[in-house]
Write a protein that binds this ligand. Structure first.
Ligand code: ACO
Length: 410
């Protein structure tokens, strides 16, 4: 890493064969749609109340992507740009983009590839990761492994969701829970100890039916019947997921700390997946962690799935709740069933100003990326048309020769 501003994080981690490498979080960003939907508004479309939603979940409002042009890729790209801005890092130097999402734009291509194109990250590989709400911590763990093993110097990890498009807005048991948004963290290699210290990843597929979008995959492809019966919407056994989550969040946190050689007393802040405030408080109580050691912002965003942890990281930084050398645990759970936790030593110097001209330069780079993408699309079309004409020409020559041969034989 050749990071000009992160003095503490240090110089190129490539230097010195065999030297240990660490994966540090050097940038963070978030993006949410403008439209806020309050509990009171939801109470007008389903049989619920602000009081029920607040007391059972802690949610007061959520952001919903009402504009159809707003997608997981556009929100993800906005969050990614903000993260690169904080790190003062050009997209053209990214090695890899991992996008954790449960609401990708398509089955394929990956949402990560769309984000890569929007950023003009021309040297980056890109792929999506599917582990539902645990996906962001899974992706963070993989990104860190890529960096520590020397396969990448910089990895952008994005969590991006527009789950509102997979929610049955007539089902009060699920529609009150979810919100849209995206968050991104930039990981960079460094020889300075710290950054991602440990990860714990888990799965129990026997619980796959507890939280599921039943149709739209290869098992039940889209048909008129699957659409008519609402099989493309989220179905959830809330109580069973609740029981699983309260148990697994505390256990995964403990395991991640143990792997990092830390104890609960060493924790400065836990940033949990924001699915339900009661789940978070119950898990932290099991760990014996006081309220000031836990970050909660579910009241304003609802459950944004893979985006909830990076959004919470951004808000924790903004609120001064994350300081250099803090020990942080990020922990999540979700469909699969899956769970994941990671212990991080937050080692980034804060509050350094990025020169304005560099922000301008980056913004011009994004405009160029748009132009580049359009030109590439256009050139492929032209190439395809020309190739078609050439083929037609070749076809005519072959047909003429065949006709000549037939005549000669007659
Ligand atoms: N408004 C009013 N009443 C409601 C609503 C609502 N929105 N939703 C359910 N109820 C009713 C139920 O019908 C039930 O009524 P009944 O007793 O007459 O049958 C009653 O409220 C209690 O229902 P419960 O399901 O027992 O309520 P609970 O306290 O468990 O809260 C909740 C439900 C909020 C869904 C909770 O179970 C939960 O948070 N579960 C975990 C969800 C979760 O974390 N999902 C993770 C998603 S992550 C991912 O991977 C996408």
């Amino acid at each position: 890493m050749d990071d000009k501003r992160n003095g503490q994080v240090g110089k190129s981690a490539n230097a010195g064969f065999g030297r240990p490498r660490y994966a540090h979080i050097t940038g963070w960003g978030m993006a949410v749609p403008d439209r806020v939907v309050t509990n009171h508004e939801l109470a007008q479309i389903v049989d619920t109340s602000d009081e029920w939603i607040r007391t059972r979940t802690g949610i007061r409002q959520r952001h919903i992507a009402v504009d159809p042009r707003e997608t997981s890729a556009t929100l993800g790209a906005r969050a990614a740009r903000a993260a690169l801005e904080v790190a003062d890092f050009p997209a053209s130097r990214l090695d890899l983009i991992l996008c954790a999402t449960s609401s990708p734009e398509h089955i394929f291509p990956s949402t990560a590839s769309l984000i890569q194109d929007a950023l003009g990250a021309v040297h980056a590989g890109a792929c999506d990761l599917s582990a539902a709400c645990s996906g962001f911590v899974y992706a963070l763990s993989l990104a860190s492994s890529m960096i520590v093993s020397g396969q990448a110097d910089s990895v952008l990890v994005v969590g991006a969701e527009v789950l509102s498009r997979f929610v049955d807005w007539s089902d009060r048991t699920t529609c009150v829970l979810f919100g849209d948004g995206a968050g991104a963290l930039l990981l960079q290699a460094s020889p300075v100890p710290g950054g991602v210290l440990s990860s714990v990843l888990g799965s129990d597929g026997s619980g796959s039916d507890l939280l599921i979008v039943p149709a739209g995959g290869s098992r039940r492809p889209a048909t008129l019947e699957t659409v008519a019966s609402g099989q493309h919407f989220i179905k959830m056994d809330g109580r069973a997921v609740f029981r699983f989550a309260t148990h697994v969040m505390a256990e995964a946190t403990r395991q991640a700390l143990e792997k990092a050689g830390l104890g609960v007393a060493d924790v400065d802040l836990v940033i949990p997946h924001q699915a339900n405030e009661r789940i978070i408080r119950s898990s932290m109580k099991q760990l014996g962690l006081s309220e000031d050691k836990v970050f909660i912002n579910i009241d304003r965003y609802g459950n944004t799935s893979t985006a909830s942890i990076p959004i919470a990281v951004c808000e924790a930084v903004a609120a001064g709740r994350l300081r250099p050398n803090d020990n942080v645990v990020m922990v999540g759970f979700g469909a699969g069933l899956t769970w994941a936790a990671t212990a991080v030593r937050w080692a980034v110097p804060m509050g350094q100003e990025v020169p304005r001209w560099r922000a301008g330069q980056r913004s011009a780079g994004y405009s160029l990326a748009r132009v580049r993408s359009r030109l590439l699309r256009l050139s492929r079309k032209v190439e395809g048309t020309l190739a078609g004409e050439q083929n037609e020409g070749l076809g005519k020559i072959v047909a003429d020769r065949l006709e000549e041969w037939r005549r000669a034989r007659e």
